[in-house]
Design a protein around this ligand. Structure first.
Ligand code: SF4
Length: 391
């Protein structure tokens, strides 16, 4: 049986909605052109053009702008997915500004690209995986830096994409051959860092490679997706965001019996609530969210502990386990009596767990007093989650 043809975009489409994967990759129903894809593709081509020589300097700015203009003119605004010729012109002007700014910032850089638009097809674990890396720089001693250009409004960390690059590039025979042209003694490629370069802001985000355990867990997930595809599991997983922008909505079984009027009716019902009823509804929603949040947090903590991870990343957020040790006193009266006897009550102001914990750090409290307090205490571990938004 032939290996399943696979890629990062195929995987992310399947994860978004298996039914969408079926429409796009099995039934090969084309989607409507999207202007942001056309804009991104045009800028990627410009970058490839600029770095074509793999050594400084860039071609003159005028030449690059001409390349961009001629390529841009090959398709109409509708083919690119713009709503009007005016919008297309705005896109073009934005592209020119980005290219000019890129020149200004990087024209004099000393850079060492090993490859641009590095295309490979690797056979791994029954999958035939196609990948295109925007740029690979050589850092010496077998180390490479993988760079991906981003052209959207905001840059999101895409952990799956980073992990996929790291896994594939570190074991790519083609990349190893390329590295050996620089340094024949290298036996293994080391992906030393991964970069998202956000072109509209000329901003780069550097990520350090993930540990082997994280790559292994990620890879199990990839193989699971591939198994589901091979087993033709294409059930729809509708969600507000995915369905809103899905081109296959008219064909989708989930939406077959739902009409715009159904949603209009729900909206109308919500609008007819009195202010007090609307507030009561929000309070209930808030309570439900809080319960769900606590439950979800506990699940994430448990899974991170099982996988022995201190930190993990979503697309827009990352979380860090916040483990702390606290004291717990079963017999509160015994503690008060001890503090009174040892004349320590005045040092706590109000005896709370925190003020008593402070006594253990207080140099005026003797070792014996600390021991006596410690004998009444039990250490308990708590674990919370810090949720941080990627910048
Ligand atoms: S409309 Fe929603 S459920 Fe249907 S294919 Fe698209 S994303 Fe999936």
């Amino acid at each position: 049986m032939a290996n399943l043809s696979f890629s990062y975009s195929k995987m992310s489409t399947y994860k978004e909605c298996p039914q969408k994967y079926k429409f796009r990759y099995i039934l090969k129903i084309p989607e409507k052109p999207k202007y942001y894809f056309a804009f991104g593709t045009a800028l990627h081509k410009v970058m490839e053009f600029m770095y074509a020589n793999l050594k400084p300097p860039f071609p003159p700015l005028e030449e690059t702008l001409k390349f961009f203009r001629l390529d841009w003119q090959k398709t109409s605004f509708a083919e690119k997915g713009y709503a009007s010729a005016q919008k297309e012109l705005e896109g073009y002007e934005e592209g020119v500004k980005i290219i000019e700014a890129y020149y200004k910032k990087h024209e004099k850089d000393i850079f060492n690209p090993l490859s641009t638009e590095f295309r490979t097809t690797q056979e791994v674990d029954g999958l035939s995986i196609i990948s295109i890396v925007d740029r690979i720089d050589y850092l010496g001693e077998g180390k490479v830096s993988i760079l991906d250009y981003k052209t959207g409004k905001t840059v999101k960390r895409e952990p799956d994409q980073l992990l996929m690059y790291q896994k594939l590039m570190s074991q790519s025979p083609q990349l190893l051959k390329l590295v050996q042209t620089k340094d024949p003694s290298v036996e293994k490629v080391d992906v030393a860092n991964l970069l998202f370069y956000y072109l509209p802001k000329l901003d780069e985000q550097i990520y350090t490679p993930a540990p082997k355990e994280e790559i292994d867990i990620f890879w199990q997930g990839v193989l699971k997706v591939a198994d589901n595809i091979k087993a033709e599991k294409f059930s729809a997983t509708p969600s507000e965001l995915a369905c809103k922008f899905c081109d296959y909505k008219d064909l989708c079984p989930v939406w077959k019996n739902k009409k715009a009027e159904d949603f209009a009716q729900v909206n109308a019902e919500e609008k007819s609530l009195s202010p007090l009823e609307a507030l009561a509804k929000k309070i209930d929603e808030l309570g439900t969210l809080q319960t769900d949040l606590t439950k979800l947090k506990q699940e994430v903590i448990k899974e991170m502990q099982t996988l022995k991870l201190q930190r993990h990343f979503g697309k827009e957020y990352n979380v860090v386990l916040d483990e702390q040790e606290h004291l717990s006193f079963a017999d509160e009266q015994a503690v008060i009596d001890l503090l009174r006897k040892e004349k320590l009550l005045n040092k706590t102001l109000v005896p709370t767990i925190e003020t008593i914990e402070d006594l253990f750090k207080n140099e005026q409290v003797t070792l014996e007093q600390k021991k006596a307090l410690g004998a009444l205490a039990k250490k308990i571990k708590t674990c919370d989650l810090k949720i941080l938004k990627d910048i």
